[in-house]
Design a protein around this ligand. Sequence first.
Ligand SMILES: [Zn+2]
Length: 290
Amino acid sequence: MTELRIGAAVAARIEETYEPNFKAAKFFPDWDEAVAEEHREWLAPDHYDPASGMLKLSIHSWLLTVGGKRILIDACVGNHKPRAMRPMWNMMDTPYLERLEAAGARPEQIDMVMCTHLHVDHIGWNTRLENGRWVPTFPNARYVFSKEDYEHYLAIDRDPQKGPATLGAFRDSILPVVEAGLAQMVSGATALDESLSVEPAPGHTPGTIAIHLESRGQRALFCGDILHHALQVYHPEWNSAACADTVNARASRRKALEHCAGGALLMPAHFGAPFACRIEGRGGAFRPRF
Ligand SMILES: [Zn+2]
């Protein structure tokens, strides 16, 4: 298990899946074989599978222990969820909760769940199936959601032409949490406690938030899908095909990299092993230091 220390905080990676999963050329409209070739030394096998042309995007959560609290950052895809539109995520059955427990947290011990945005692969474990109903997996947690994302996907979900939103995940992984009264909607820069704060980072989704951790003078940035893949450190202009607003997505990505070049550890949601990195920045260019 990957475990990182940031000041007095410990962040443990909770894996859901880690395998070649997205065609690189489809995932990144700007994908360039010459760039893959240039970086081949570190890309394979942890970040890219050259034989299939597939990216290897890890799907994981970070379990953060700080100030006596257990905080789950991003909630993967989840088990038993019907996702017919995306077969690899359809009716999944992984030992995610067992891994979480092995890392030191039973579901009832989670104090806070934070979703960087409300896409299907960041909210799934918010709920689990119990007697045919979707109920909050973490009954004692407050769930921090972006108000902008919530309102955006609620409008899509209610529109018979466009819904259900996020492959159905909005209905089975967000609404039950809201109905249980466990959701805390945040908008704008918000301090959550003495070590955690969020700030808007729109682009990938309208309400994407960057999560900042500071503990004993050390800092980390949980970036969700502001960056998906380590190649975007070298090419911050590369958006994923799933980035809603291409201009803002690039601006938020550059801002996150500049922040991390100033000393914060980058804690991505999908980078391959070793899953987190430092960022070196010089003259507007960046490189990851694993
Ligand atoms: Zn994602």
